[in-house]
Write a protein that binds this ligand. Structure first.
Ligand code: TRP
Length: 326
């Protein structure tokens, strides 16, 4: 009887030690390391990053508590992108989040194992990130801010009809821009417009490129180009002086002085990117998660810019649009 009691006591002690260990493992659990790489800091990409981090917290992944975020800005430099991604890989981070296409391309070039979630890549297939939006396969998936050059040109025709030449301002090494410019050219050809190109290789060339379109283009179009977005206030300045309407790919570029766009909501995109990251942190395979293409687009207009260049935004557009006053 006594012996049976001792056995039971030992068994109970053993169970409680085991349970204690298990508890210690969860409370003192290893934190998940997330590397965030961003090509450059312009307002839209910053919004995406902030919204992504807030979204992760809402889903239970809080910085400093159960995740550690290593955020790196490549300052518009390709070689920085490469070394940042190499470092993330050598540190064996659990997840890489790549904001914008150039960052995603650099990350994809460095690892086939660590999960990569890209954010706001305009053309994920054409940019070589995934082979199929529905079934990415491999270690890569994410969100896309696909826009339509044709839809933005339709908006341009409603706001400033009668133009014949479109100045295309973009960085030709951004594959995200190339896809949209290709669509612009096809649409322009159908409509009988001429497209005049002004390409840049970095943000310090943007002012001169914009100025080169003055006198040649009736309107300017710039897609979601990271290089142009980084210097958007300069483009706005040149265009206001010459009274040229500038149609752009993103709300932030309208806020920075562009005239109008038909574009996606990047706060929502950041949250959608967080949902995908959370699925992966819970064990889902990136390759099984379809790329989320944002489908709710809105019209954005800048009334201050409209006034400055003497354009009246039609009432029916104002009724639907999100308006920046200043
Ligand atoms: N779509 C861009 C890319 O694929 C990234 C991007 C998001 C962007 N928001 C933007 C670029 C606003 C310019 C302006 O790289």
């Amino acid at each position: 009887m006594k012996r049976a009691f001792i056995y039971l006591a030992i068994l109970a002690l053993g169970i409680s030690i085991l349970a204690g260990c298990r508890a210690a493992r969860t409370t003192g659990a290893k934190k998940v390391h997330i590397g965030i790489v961003q090509i450059v800091e312009h307002p839209s990409l910053n919004t995406i990053r902030e919204s992504f981090i807030a979204g992760l917290a809402e889903l239970g992944y809080k910085e400093g508590e159960n995740i550690i975020i290593d955020y790196q800005n490549a300052q518009g430099d390709q070689s920085n992108l490469k070394s940042i991604c190499q470092r993330f890989v050598s540190k064996k981070y659990d997840l890489i989040v790549a904001i914008a296409t150039p960052s995603a391309q650099a990350a994809v070039g460095q690892t086939k194992e660590i999960p990569i979630v890209f954010a706001a890549c305009t053309e994920p297939v054409g940019s070589g990130l995934v082979a199929d939006l529905q079934k990415p396969g491999g270690n890569v998936t994410g969100t896309s801010d696909a826009i339509s050059a044709a839809k933005i040109m339709e908006l341009a025709e409603r706001i400033t009809p009668g133009f014949k030449t479109v100045g295309a301002l973009y960085n030709a090494s951004e594959t995200n821009s190339l896809a949209v410019i290709k669509e612009l050219k096809e649409y322009a050809q159908k409509r009988g417009w001429e497209v005049v190109e002004a390409t840049v290789t970095n943000s310090s060339e943007v002012q001169q490129a914009a100025a080169s379109l003055v006198g040649k283009a009736d309107i300017i179009f710039s897609p979601t180009d990271n290089t142009v977005a980084s210097a958007m206030p300069v483009v706005a300045q040149v265009a206001k002086k010459a009274k040229i309407p500038v149609y752009v790919g993103a709300d932030s570029m309208v806020k920075d002085g562009g005239l109008a766009t038909y574009g996606v909501n990047y706060e929502v995109l950041g949250k959608e990117t967080a949902k995908i990251a959370a699925q992966i942190l819970k064990g889902a395979k990136p390759g099984d998660i379809p790329v989320k293409v944002m489908s709710d687009l809105d019209i954005y207009v800048n009334l201050e810019t409209a006034r400055a260049i003497g354009v009246t935004i039609p009432e029916d557009i104002l009724e639907q649009a999100k308006v920046f006053e200043k």
